[in-house]
Design a protein around this ligand. Sequence first.
Ligand code: BGC
Length: 375
Amino acid sequence: MKTRKLLVGIAAVGLAFSLAACSGGGRGATGSGGDSGGDNKGALVGVAMPTKVSERWIKDGDAVKKALEDKGYKVDLEYGDNKIPTQVQQISNMITKGAKVLIIASIDGGSLSDQLDSAAKAGIKVISYDRLLTGNKNVDYYVSFDNEKVGVDQATSLLTGLGVIDSSGKKVDGVAKKTIELFAGSPDDNNATFFFNGAMETLKPFIDDGTITVGSGQTEFTQVATQQWDPATAKARMQNLIASTYSNGTKLDGVLSPYDGISIGIISALQGAGYSSDALPIITGQDAEAASVKSIIEGQQYSTIYKDTRQLADQSVVMADDLLTGKTPETNDDKTYNNKVKVVPTFLFQPTVVTKDNYKKVLIDSGYYTEADLK
Ligand code: BGC
């Protein structure tokens, strides 16, 4: 029996690697032990990431590359520097170099149609990584977090931080009225509207009953969006809001921020206008980036959303490996993510809210950060 196992293992080296490396994340496909992916052993996988400006994408890129290399694949990992033509060129090069699978976290989800068409013609499979590729049928799979839930969690933590709801989610009786401002992410990123819609659904009852007012009156996505998630753009908008709405002494109690980099821009605008650390509004975020977790520990930012990039990276690699070894990748949501042309089969993970109260348990005990990372 032992010998047979060994032989099967040798015959299906890719599969054996794949199973050994599988951390038990609930995979459906177990394979039959056949070496259907033999041709793709050591194949090239192209990994396109949007930017190094944000720490999360560096973690994503590193984790995807390592997991692919651990399975014996060659990797071309590229960062697009938040420039669409750069990413277009990088993906074209990956296709030319003979990549068999592309794992893409886009800068603008709708800007890669020509590359997706070329990939399909060459038989290359495409996995949309965290950000959905839109407007093209040649997107095979999507792996992400529950993006609407991220928005719900951001708004829920804002309401909790403001003392409008208690930790069980119930409205607190007799709470004073609160004034907030809203920020959203980049309009060319499909996730941004999911975050915003999830947050607005959660805030709506409290806006409708007058508990919460958006001081500037800017409540439409188009008014509050931040092109390319740019912290400087968010800072400038916050400076304008302070001047237009809060320079008369109106108290700003909270700011819905969709991403830690934007939160840093918002905090910098507020501090520049004289807000001291203990007088800052309740500010949310996303990605649990080290600088923002430190800010949470110091009591400036209130919350962030932790999305374990290790899980996301591993799942994208499990999917790539399945595709390269003739298996059907497991999905757990085949209805939510319509990319305007088709519903893309999706594997979603769940986000976690992080505040000063639970960061140790969530971020340090899980090994995502060491104590020293957050000093
Ligand atoms: C990601 C977020 C990230 C944002 C800015 C979104 O697509 O889902 O995690 O904060 O991009 O990089």
